[in-house]
Design a protein around this ligand. Structure first.
Ligand code: FES
Ligand code: FE2
Length: 413
């Protein structure tokens, strides 16, 4: 991306493109009412797909990882079998329910042995061995394999659905958002770092947090603002918001506002970070990334409603994943994916980015917990969204619409 003279500040008028979403204040009940959360669980959360890892984590036959989905209290075991297939199972032993594999990741010699009584399962989930089998009463081993969990792969990401019978296919769930962002060099960023936080707020507030940059000059004056907000963008305007069904994308404007010296140095060396192009990044972006093809583009925030968003620039991306835990409690996981550093200087740049992202998130979350208190005590009953807070308005619109459809579904049942 070329370094340009300071770009013109984006105008307002994005919301007007989506008249069905409206412009008025919105009711805040969906952010705190327990009964609404219960309904969301059935109508939205259990009907969605969740990204739990990447195919590179199970590159060879026998490689495995486990992943706990806090919202559903379900643990998944993912492995690659000897036919090269990736399988995903509930990590639950068919003897008496212990987890079969305790480790977060590793390599299996072909069997997973439950560490309670020693039943063993192969890479295809078949029950291979029962210790002291003759003491059992005519068990049919063919019916006692690990239970598969619905799994699909998109662009190297492994997704699972908590329901035995998914409400919709992964392809339908991802919809246009999945089609239009396929083709980005997702697989090139093979190194990842993860942080996790438990936050006392509703899951939708966490999604809202990176979904507007209106707050950046005010809340993040020392962390994000120096690099994300050119001085000509003091109000925190976006380039564009693109809505695709239940999903949406924010395109961020401007390159390198006024970085501090250490940021300048770090970003220069973290060739894969921010918008400093590396030679091999010169490929055509998919139509859904920097959709307006603006030369002033830096980052897209690509949301796959309800639980995962990717902050994506030309050479690195971050996955923001929220796991709802109740009407006012959530778990947030941040995974930063980068290309392997080739030099110590690049590594320094990547580490700097990571630390900066962590600081930004901490600044965000303390604010979210205060907002949640105001919601829980009934002190704020409406939110008022700016034109460039359209992504938040859209999320509110989508949740409200799905809950109303669910009510009609129940009435018709
Ligand atoms: S619970 Fe797994 S062997 Fe008994
Ligand atoms: Fe923020």
């Amino acid at each position: 991306m070329n370094k340009m003279a300071r770009p013109p500040v984006p105008g307002i008028g994005i919301t007007a493109r989506y008249p069905e979403i409206g412009t008025g204040p919105v009711d805040t009940a969906i952010y705190h009412e327990p009964a609404i959360y219960e309904k969301e669980m059935k109508a939205i959360l259990r009907r969605s797909w969740y990204m739990i890892g990447r195919i590179e984590q199970v590159a060879r036959a026998g490689d495995f990882f486990t992943y706990f989905m806090p919202t559903f209290q379900q643990e998944v075991l993912v492995c690659r079998d000897r036919n090269g297939e990736i399988n995903a199972f509930h990590n639950v032993c068919s003897h008496r329910g212990n987890v079969v594999e305790h480790r977060r990741e590793g390599h299996s010699n072909g069997l997973f042995m439950c560490r309670f009584h020693g039943w063993s399962f192969d890479l295809e989930g078949n029950l291979a061995r029962i210790r002291d089998e003759e003491g059992f009463f005519g068990l049919d081993k063919t019916c006692l394999g690990l239970k598969p969990i619905p799994m699909g792969i998109w662009e190297g990401f492994i997704w699972v659905c908590p329901e035995d019978e998914p409400y919709q296919s992964l392809e339908d769930f991802l919809g246009d958002q999945g089609r239009d962002t396929a083709g980005y060099a997702w697989g090139a960023c093979t190194k990842s770092y993860q942080t996790e936080a438990e936050v006392a707020c509703n899951w939708k507030l966490i999604n809202d947090s990176p979904a507007e940059v209106y707050h950046i000059p005010v809340l993040h004056p020392h962390s994000a603002a120096p690099t994300m907000m050119a001085s000509g963008n003091v109000m925190g305007r976006l380039l564009d918001v693109r809505i695709a069904g239940n999903h949406r994308t924010n395109s961020h404007y401007s390159v390198m506002g006024e970085p501090k010296p250490v940021q300048k140095l770090a970003y220069f060396h973290a060739a894969a970070a921010q918008n400093v192009a590396r030679d091999d990044l010169d490929y055509e972006m998919p139509v859904g990334i920097n959709a307006t093809r603006s030369p002033h583009w830096t980052v897209d925030l690509i949301m796959f409603f309800p639980s995962i968003a990717f902050t994506l620039s030309a050479g690195m991306y971050t996955a923001h994943q929220v796991w709802p835990m109740g009407p006012n409690r959530s778990i947030y996981q941040q995974r930063i994916f980068v290309r392997p550093a080739r030099t110590a200087a690049e590594r320094f740049g990547q580490e700097n980015t990571m630390v900066e992202f962590r600081d930004i998130v901490m600044e965000d979350f303390s604010t979210l917990e205060r907002i949640q208190r105001a919601l829980d005590t009934g002190q704020i009953r409406q939110f008022h969204y700016h034109d460039h807070e359209l992504a938040l308005r859209h999320q509110h619109h989508v949740v409200t619409r799905i809950l109303a459809e669910y009510d009609r579904e129940l009435e018709g049942a």
